[in-house]
Design a binder for this molecule. Structure first.
Ligand code: ZN
Ligand code: ZN
Length: 343
């Protein structure tokens, strides 16, 4: 082989492996629902929630497909459903058509005693049709195989982990004055949540887990340790049903990403609470919170979408994690990136 030919082969080989090995996370904009794509260092992939039902499902599955394309995926191995509300599982049939999931993880049978979004029976039946025979019901304390990374289930069906993980287990000083709320009676309280760890990096996504369950994870001891990246619970503490300060401040995330909608989550109270996290290095948002002023939104360059849903292009936010723990967040709208050094 001539030198020039060899050089060309090398260039092509390098181009094909240009995305450095590591963990990659895409927070897909599904207009205030849930859809987060995680790709492990070994190349396994998991979609955490699948967006909304009805006419929105086409939009959401197209955005999931866009993130797959950006990640170089032609399929997604797992669908992990946090709970059965429409904005988390309603898009599952449309998402399955583009992602061809092999396995499905969820918290177990839908129980009508928990207050749910309308249409739950149809939604649940559609989900079961997809998942039948490929379904794994998870419990708090379970782990999910995920090549090159570690997935701990930290909450499911109203229970949380019994034992601390991720170097947690210390008394949490924020419990002393913590506001206690009544046990929540909605499907949100049944949310499954995961901590995805890769060496010293950790990512917490607990869906729409409610305040009372967040308190169970955080008090009297913080069972989750310190977390690198938090997907702000419940789209940025929707209606203060989630976002217990004892958890938020106890786990001390370095970076928070909110999968809020234009008018869902990330109220100014949520913004203020996030800013009080000790050592916070960055807040990113899927959407500009239209009801809040600029002083109660992340800096504009760190917001993926600025418009109301009707005009929204649905840009994602990507997180690339290196094996040494350094991670970089990229705004899909403007390619603004920020790197957070290994600690
Ligand atoms: Zn939700
Ligand atoms: Zn949007």
């Amino acid at each position: 082989m001539k030198f020039t030919t060899l050089a060309a082969v090398l260039v092509i080989a390098l181009a094909q492996t240009s995305r450095p090995a590591g963990l990659h996370i895409y927070v897909v904009d599904v207009e205030g629902g849930g859809a987060t794509l995680v790709v492990s260092p070994g190349g396994q992939s998991m979609l955490i929630d699948s967006g909304s039902p009805g006419p929105a499902a086409e939009r959401d599955s197209a955005r999931i497909a866009d993130a797959m394309h950006a990640a170089g995926l032609t399929k997604i191995d797992y669908l992990f459903t946090t709970h059965y509300d429409g904005d988390h599982v309603g898009g599952a049939p449309a998402a399955a058509a583009v992602a061809h999931f092999d396995r499905f993880f969820d918290h177990g049978e839908m129980d009508p005693k928990w207050e749910q979004n309308r249409g739950i029976e149809d939604r649940y039946r559609a989900y079961l049709t997809l998942a039948g025979g490929k379904r794994t019901i998870v419990k708090a304390g379970d782990t999910i195989p995920f090549a090159g990374a570690h997935v701990d289930v930290v909450a499911a069906q109203g229970a949380v982990i019994a034992k601390a993980i991720n170097h947690g287990g210390q008394a949490n000083p924020y419990c002393a004055d913590a506001e206690v709320k009544e046990p929540n009676k909605t499907e949100n309280s049944q949310s499954t949540g995961v901590l995805v760890s890769f060496n010293d990096f950790s990512f917490l996504d607990v869906g729409d887990l409610t305040w009372d369950k967040e308190m169970a994870l955080a008090c009297p001891v913080n069972k989750l340790g310190r977390v690198s990246l938090l997907l702000a619970t419940h789209h940025g503490f929707f209606n203060d049903q989630s976002g217990a300060p004892a958890l938020l401040w106890g786990i001390q995330p370095r970076v928070v990403i909110a999968n809020n909608g234009p008018r869902k989550g990330m109220a100014s109270t949520a913004y203020d609470r996030i800013q009080k996290i000790k050592g916070l290095e960055g807040l990113w948002q899927s959407h500009l919170a239209l009801a809040s002023d600029p002083a109660h939104n992340a800096p504009e360059e760190m917001i993926a979408n600025l418009e109301p849903s009707a005009e929204c292009k649905g840009h994602w936010i990507r997180v690339d994690v290196q094996s040494n723990g350094q991670f970089t967040v990229t705004n899909g709208r403007n390619d603004v990136t920020k790197s957070y050094r290994a600690k």
